[in-house]
Design a protein around this ligand. Structure first.
Ligand code: 5AD
Length: 350
C-alpha cells in the first residue's frame, strides 16, 4: 500500500493497522503531508467552517510534585521561582480575558497539593458564578476519581490530560517509576465516565521515541476517541535531564495533527504553543494542517517567565488583548477568523 492509500483508508475506516501506522509515520514525504493536510483542512472546514475557537490558559501554579524528565517545572528544577495565584488573581485573569471575548478558561497547573478539592471547588464555583456563560477546563494532572467527580459537580466540564506516550516502555523513559501509564489511563477513563469532554495527546520527537511509539499513540487515540487532542513537538528545556536532546520535528507534528483530524473528524484540535515556539508561523501551519483551536495565555505577565515547560516559549510578553490581536491577525492572513463562544465539542454540549 502507498502512503496515499493509507491516508484514504484512514479516512474511510477511521483507523489503520499498526504496521500501516508505522510505515506511514516513518516514510511520509512532503507530498504525503500535503495530501493529508488538504483532506484534514476540508474535513475541518466542513464541520467548523473557517472559525477558530480560542481558549484562555491561566497558569495558576507552577508547583509540581512530579518529576517528568522533559518538563521545565519538574520538582527537581531548583532554579525555578515557584508561585501560586490567589483566587482574586485568577478571577482577574478571567475578567481580562472575558473582555477580549474568551468564553473558555483553562486552569492549568503543576500537581500542587495545596490546591485540594475544596480549594479547586471554590475557584471553579467562583468563575462559574461570575462568568456564567463560560466553560471551565481543568488541566491539573492526575487525581482520584472522587476528586474528578467533585470538580465536575462544582462546574468544570472539560479536562486536558495528555497521555504523553501510549507505549508503557517509552512512558518509563520519560518519567520516574512512580508515574505510570496505567494510572494516566485510569484517569482518562474516569474523566470520560464522569462526563467531562476529555483531551489527551502527546509530544512528537520526545527522547527515545520511535515510529512504533507514534503508531501506538495513533492507535490509542483512535480507540479512545477523545473530544480534544493536544499534540506539540518536544522542545528541550535547559534545566532538565533532557537538555541535550533535539526538538521534535515540525513536519511530523503537522502530519500527526492532520491524521488526527482525518481519524476523528469532529475532534477539537489546538495548534499548540509549542508548535508556535519552534516556528514563528507554526500555529498558522497548524490551522492549515487541520487544527481549529488556539490557546493563548491569560496568565499575569509577572508569572509567565516562571511557567516555562520548555525553552523560549512564545507568548510570554503579550497582554491578553495584545496576544489576541496578534493571533487574530495571523488567522486572518490565512483566511480564518477567531470566534468568541464556548466552542463545545460537536459531540456533546453540556
Ligand atoms: N516540550 C514540549 N512539550 C512539553 N510539555 C511539557 N514539557 C514539554 C517540553 N519540554 C507538554 C506536556 C504536558 C503539557 C502541559 O506540556 O505534554 O502534558
Amino acid at each position: 500500500m502507498t502512503n496515499r492509500e493509507r491516508i484514504d483508508r484512514l479516512e474511510r475506516e477511521k483507523q489503520l493497522a499498526k504496521e500501516d501506522w508505522v510505515q506511514l509515520l516513518s516514510t511520509f514525504t512532503a507530498e504525503d503531508r500535503e495530501y493529508a493536510a488538504e483532506k484534514a483542512r476540508k474535513i475541518s472546514t466542513g464541520i467548523f467552517g473557517k472559525d477558530i475557537y480560542f481558549r484562555g490558559i491561566v497558569e495558576f501554579t507552577n508547583i509540581c510534585k512530579n518529576d517528568c524528565y522533559y518538563c521545565g517545572i519538574r520538582r527537581s528544577n531548583e532554579a525555578v521561582s515557584r508561585y501560586r495565584l490567589t483566587l482574586e488573581d485568577i478571577l482577574e485573569c478571567c475578567q481580562e480575558g472575558y473582555e477580549s471575548g474568551y468564553r473558555t478558561f483553562v486552569l492549568q497547573g503543576g500537581e500542587d497539593g495545596w490546591f485540594t478539592d475544596e480549594r479547586m471547588e471554590e475557584i471553579i464555583r467562583a468563575i462559574k458564578e461570575r462568568f456564567s456563560d463560560c466553560v471551565v477546563t481543568l488541566s491539573i494532572g492526575e487525581r482520584s476519581r472522587e476528586s474528578y467527580q467533585r470538580l465536575y459537580d462544582a462546574g468544570a466540564r472539560r479536562y486536558l490530560l495528555r497521555h504523553e506516550t501510549a507505549s508503557p516502555v517509552h512512558y518509563a523513559k520519560l518519567h520516574p517509576a512512580v508515574q505510570t501509564l496505567a494510572n494516566r489511563m485510569r484517569c482518562l477513563n474516569d474523566l470520560r465516565e464522569i462526563g467531562y469532554q476529555v483531551g489527551c495527546g502527546c509530544m512528537v520527537g520526545s527522547p527515545y521515541q520511535t515510529a512504533d511509539d507514534l503508531a501506538e499513540d495513533m492507535l490509542f487515540m483512535g480507540e479512545f476517541r477523545p473530544h480534544m487532542i493536544g499534540i506539540g513537538p518536544f522542545i528541550p528545556h535547559s534545566q532538565t535531564p533532557f537538555r541535550d536532546f533535539t526538538a521534535g520535528s515540525v513536519e511530523t507534528t503537522l502530519m500527526m495533527l492532520s491524521l488526527c483530524r482525518i481519524m476523528i473528524p469532529e475532534v477539537l484540535l489546538p495548534a499548540t504553543t509549542a508548535l508556535g515556539t519552534v516556528r514563528g508561523d507554526g500555529r498558522q501551519e497548524g490551522v492549515l494542517a487541520g487544527c481549529n483551536v488556539i490557546m493563548p495565555n491569560l496568565s499575569p505577565l509577572s508569572v509567565r517567565e516562571k511557567y516555562m515547560l520548555y525553552d523560549n516559549k512564545v507568548g510570554t510578553t503579550d497582554s491578553a488583548a495584545d496576544g489576541m490581536a496578534r493571533l487574530a491577525a495571523q488567522m486572518e492572513e490565512i483566511g480564518y477568523r477567531m470566534v468568541s463562544g464556548r466552542g463545545d465539542s460537536p459531540r456533546m454540549s453540556k
